[in-house]
Every structure is written in C-alpha cells, then in structure tokens.
Design a protein around this ligand. Structure first.
Ligand SMILES: [Zn+2]
Length: 152
C-alpha cells in the first residue's frame, strides 16, 4: 500500500520513535498523542483491520507485552487501549499509559522531536531485550534485504 503511512513507517521510509520491533510487528510513539507514551502497535504487513491479521493472538501478545511493560514502568498509572481502526487504514492497536487520576481527554497533542526522542529512549523495549540488535542471517537474507530498517 503505497499511500499507507503505517506501511511507510514499517518499511523505514518515514521516521518514527520506536518502542519495539520484531520480524512481524512494530511499535512506535504516536506523534499526535492523547497521553504521553501513546503507542501504536502495528503489523509490518498491511492489513486493513486488526481482525484481518491471521495471527491475531500473536499480534495481541505483542501489544500485551508493551502494555505490561508500561504498567511496570509508569507506577500508579492506568494503561488503556483502543482498537478503533478508523483513523489509519492499517491494523493497529493503541496503548495509552497515563498517571492515575488522569481523565482521558480526546484531544491530540503534538509530540516534539525532543520529547519523542526522550520518551522513546525511556520506554523502548529494545534496550531491555536480550535479542541481538542486528537481524539474524536468516531474516536478513529474506525480509529485510528489500527494505531499510525502520525508525532509525
Ligand atoms: Zn499499511
């Protein structure tokens, strides 16, 4: 999908503040956030709806991993989630952490580059991951050779 912004992010053609990445999924901060840490979890392959993703369980496990990480990271917080699918026509699960007592206000805020970099560094699951930074020779030869690494 050429015009799909999430496909462009997944292919590394647009920058993002990356939180998590594996072979099939990518999570990054929403630059028009509802709460600081508002994260989009997407499939790297284009699907219109979350319910079109064949590995629904696997997709939600990735979202749960990030949500549980935020539960630990933001103590005294709630971590809400939204599966809406109307704003970007690419399967995505939204994770929204916020301090306890916060009311979710449906007003978007612009994430500045400085704040995005700082938040991504703090929240990233990449650093705590024991996986190697470089793709394995098998995955490097198959999926990644065609595309740039997303979110550098
Ligand atoms: Zn897409």
């Amino acid at each position: 999908m050429k015009k799909c912004i999430f496909c462009q992010i997944a292919k590394g053609r647009r920058p993002c503040f990356k939180i998590y990445e594996d072979k099939n999924y990518l999570a990054f901060l929403d630059i028009n956030y509802f709460t600081p840490g508002h994260t989009q979890v997407i499939t790297k392959k284009h699907y219109r709806w979350v319910w079109d993703v064949p590995q629904t369980g696997e997709f939600f496990k990735v979202a749960a991993k990030i949500a549980r990480h935020y539960q630990k990271f933001f103590k005294n917080s709630w971590v809400a989630s939204i599966v809406w699918g109307k704003m970007v026509e690419h399967a995505h699960i939204q994770i929204l952490p916020a301090p306890k007592g916060t009311d979710l206000v449906w007003k978007r805020n612009k994430l500045t580059k400085a704040k995005g970099r700082m938040l991504a560094k703090k929240l990233s699951l990449e650093q705590s991951s024991s996986e190697a930074k470089e793709p394995s020779p098998i995955s490097a030869g198959q999926n990644r050779s065609k595309h740039k690494q997303p979110c550098r």
